[in-house]
Design a protein around this ligand. Structure first.
Ligand SMILES: [Zn+2]
Ligand SMILES: [Zn+2]
Length: 739
């Protein structure tokens, strides 16, 4: 029986065809191949190799291999299979995202330049003659002799040097070659080399654990590094990387978003400045050509350290020794398009498959990872001291119920306390960061005078207001209620949605502080390329006094002149309709507080809230992570949320509202028939984001103790249920964004 290959054809159409494999070719999944397509030659990537279907004589033969080696490693293929079985995504789709189109396609293929180099050095005699008769040829020869490496023709005078080069090659002294050029995304940058710092005992303990793990015979357990903000995690990453390099192994460093981690990349390049050519950086802003070059440098083993955002988990790095996941709690590690993988979870799986070490670091570990340490699956090591000996900033909580009474009827945006503190900072020429988290904006109902939030009794999350039919809906179980006229707690009629966004806040702040230079950073203002980078640079250069932004500026940034951080409305994230809202608020407040007082001056944090006694706020204020997780895990256990269950979100969207709703209702009915034991099925409801990109969205949630059982049941029903052509149905296992 001849073997055949399923080949993904290069080009925008993403076609997959089967071809027979000629006997003499060694074709493996991931190989690039030449194939006949209709009557033209084409290229593609082998997705799978299988036995040709019996009696299928129509199969054409593939012509040849483009590269002898597959584009991805056999280990990455195993990872792809794991993703298919866990998330229920077809293997073809997984491989498509592991080998992005710019790598598969022809667009980025490597770039070359004509260059000259010495072939056979001329004699002294020849040189003397040349110096007199052909000055130009003499000049080129001396340059090439001095360089003792190829020099691009453009640097020798370009076309004006053509005739000189011609005679030099004819005399056999010089030869011309095609020089491969690397498109280096960081070209032009310089790095000041740094030496390893002396570790404090806490940092040293982590390094010892990583070293032990790197040398372990058995597949080691992942290590969770819980280190407070400013405890010097990056230095531990750098020295751990050195340990892996010393053992001849390679390293992947994942950061949540490369635009927000320029300092991390800089610090790696500076520490390993002698091997800066062996560091590859992968991120979404690379051009097709840059991505192509970086990928091939990784695959060929020329790069030994790969730094990148979530998709860098698919870097085809051979001989992997260590994966570092910085800020492992960040939702940015979750891919929102299929395959909807979580890069931190894949890091753990990849380490198991390749028997290498994994170091997860965070000041506020995710409950998922923390629970794994309690269950003995991960090792946990803590760093509770700031590396520079600085103390954590003083955090004050301001009760906005009092402000709301003072500023009757209007949105209380700035409390008197915060206003006075900002004035002080402006006076002293220090800088201020103000946060306003827009998640959950105008969705949950809160009573300004008493702070009460209307919640679902079954699910412990706020009910969400749906304007279209004036209803309150629970996005976990589907429970519905009518909008009350008076606050059920204090009977005040002022109950309403949480008011304002960053734009309105900016207007008020400009009005209150007319002489201050104010900048705003959110998804609206950062649409322009480099807007985020430019604003942060201006802020660092002290051209901006007050920086107002969403959570996008909460993490990783380090501005020594910032002495005040204000959280305008902590309740916006705290009462988002999501069971992780408490965790995210705790993380946000902790990260935000970590921004203040990084320099020599003491920092201060002011948190404005109408629920000052909420545990997330109080534990964050006292920098008490253990206290927070104890009560939060108890809530999750009680209401059956992750990490004690897995959760899947099923979404139907269409420009035709009724058809989207009907499709989801049909799926709900079929999911309910023969529902496996242990799986809970929520009712179909309109998504919190009811309409997006002119499409109506409906969703339901499933929960169960076993991820694979959940995705099996979902996929069984989805593949057996035909859906209308204009309705798109997607499933998201271990969903982070609940709509
Ligand atoms: Zn509910
Ligand atoms: Zn009230």
């Amino acid at each position: 029986m001849p073997l055949s290959a399923s080949v993904l054809i290069d080009g925008p159409s993403e076609l997959v065809f089967d071809y027979a494999i000629p006997d003499q070719l060694k074709v493996l999944p991931g190989c690039r191949v030449r194939i006949p397509l209709r009557n033209r030659p084409a290229t593609g990537t082998v997705l799978r190799v299988h036995e040709a279907p019996e009696g299928d004589f129509a199969l054409r033969y593939l012509t040849d291999l483009v590269d002898p080696e597959p584009l991805i490693t056999p280990e990455l293929l195993k990872l792809a299979e794991w993703i298919t079985s866990y998330y229920g995504t077809p293997l073809e789709q997984v491989i498509r995202s592991i080998i992005p189109s710019s790598i598969r396609g022809e667009k980025g293929s490597s770039k070359t330049r004509r260059a000259a180099l010495i072939d056979k050095p001329p004699s002294e005699e020849d040189l003397t003659i040349l110096a007199k008769r052909a000055k130009r040829q003499h000049a080129i020869l001396s340059l090439l002799t001095a360089a003792s490496k190829p020099i691009p023709i453009t640097e020798l005078g370009g076309t004006s040097a053509a005739s000189s080069l011609k005679s030099l090659t004819e005399k056999g002294w010089v030869k011309l070659i095609d020089l491969e050029v690397r498109r280096d995304p960081d070209s032009g940058e310089t790095f000041v080399p740094t030496q390893p710092l002396t570790l404090n005992p806490e940092q040293d303990e982590v390094l010892q654990a990583v070293t032990k793990s790197l040398n372990s015979e058995e597949p080691p357990n992942p290590i969770l590094l819980h280190g407070i903000t400013g405890s010097g995690k990056t230095e531990v990453y750098l020295q751990s990387t050195q340990k892996a390099l010393d053992l001849g192994k390679n390293i992947i460093v994942l950061v949540p978003e490369i635009a927000l981690a320029p300092q991390t990349v800089q610090r790696f390049k500076a520490r390993f400045s002698e091997m800066v050519d062996e560091i590859a950086v992968l991120h979404s802003n690379l051009s097709q050509g840059e991505r192509f070059d970086e990928w091939h440098r990784i695959r060929s083993g020329k790069a030994r350290i790969v730094i990148g955002a979530r998709s860098a988990i698919f870097a085809p790095l051979p001989n992997l020794g260590l994966i570092i996941v910085d800020e492992e709690h960040e939702p940015a590690y979750k891919q929102e398009n299929p395959p909807k993988y979580h890069a931190r979870d894949l890091a753990v799986v990849r380490c198991r498959l390749e028997k290498c070490s994994v170091l997860l670091g965070s000041a506020t570990p995710s409950l998922e990872s923390y629970q794994n340490t309690l269950a003995g699956k991960y090792e946990i090591i803590r760093m509770n001291e700031r590396a520079d000996g600085a103390s954590l900033p003083l955090t004050r909580v301001v009760d906005m119920r009092i402000e709301s009474r003072k500023q009757k009827g209007r949105d209380a945006i700035l409390s008197d306390v915060l206003r006075a503190s900002i004035d002080q900072r402006l006076e002293a020429n220090q800088q201020v960061i103000l946060f306003l988290n827009r998640r959950g904006f105008a969705r949950s109902l809160q009573c300004p005078p008493c702070g009460h939030v209307i919640q679902c009794n079954h699910c412990a999350i706020p009910l969400t207001y749906h304007r279209a039919d004036e209803r309150l809906v629970c996005h976990i179980c589907g429970h519905q209620a009518i909008v009350p006229k008076l606050c059920p707690e204090c009977h005040d009629p002022a109950i309403r949605f949480q008011g304002y966004g960053t734009e309105k806040a900016e207007t008020i702040i400009r009005k209150v502080f007319p002489s201050a230079k104010v900048a705003r950073l959110d998804t609206d203002t950062t649409r322009r390329k480099n807007a985020l980078r430019d604003t942060l640079r201006d802020f660092r250069a002290k051209k901006i006094n007050i920086l107002l932004g969403t959570q996008m500026i909460a993490k990783g940034l380090d501005f020594p002149n910032v002495t005040l951080v204000g959280v305008l409305n902590a309740d916006l994230s705290l009462y988002a309709p999501d069971f992780r809202a408490g965790e995210r608020t705790f993380q946000l407040l902790t990260q935000v507080a970590g921004r203040a007082g990084r320099g020599a001056m003491a920092g201060e944090v002011i948190i404005q809230t109408a629920t000052p006694h909420s545990p997330s706020i109080q534990f964050a204020r006292h920098h008490d992570f253990e206290g927070f997780v104890d009560q939060e895990l108890e809530m999750r256990r009680q209401f059956g949320y992750p990490p004690f269950t897995h959760l899947a979100l099923l979404l139907a969207r269409s420009s035709h509202e009724r058809r989207a709703e009907f499709t989801l209702q049909t799926l709900h009915r079929k999911l309910a028939e023969n529902l496996p034991d242990g799986i809970t099925l929520g009712d179909p409801i309109p998504s919190p984001l009811t309409k997006s990109h002119s499409q109506f969205r409906f969703q339901l949630l499933l929960r169960g103790p076993n991820a694979r059982a959940l995705s099996r049941h979902l996929n069984k029903i989805l593949s057996a249920t035909p859906t209308p052509e204009d309705v798109i149905v997607t499933a998201d296992l271990d969903a982070y964004d609940l709509g």
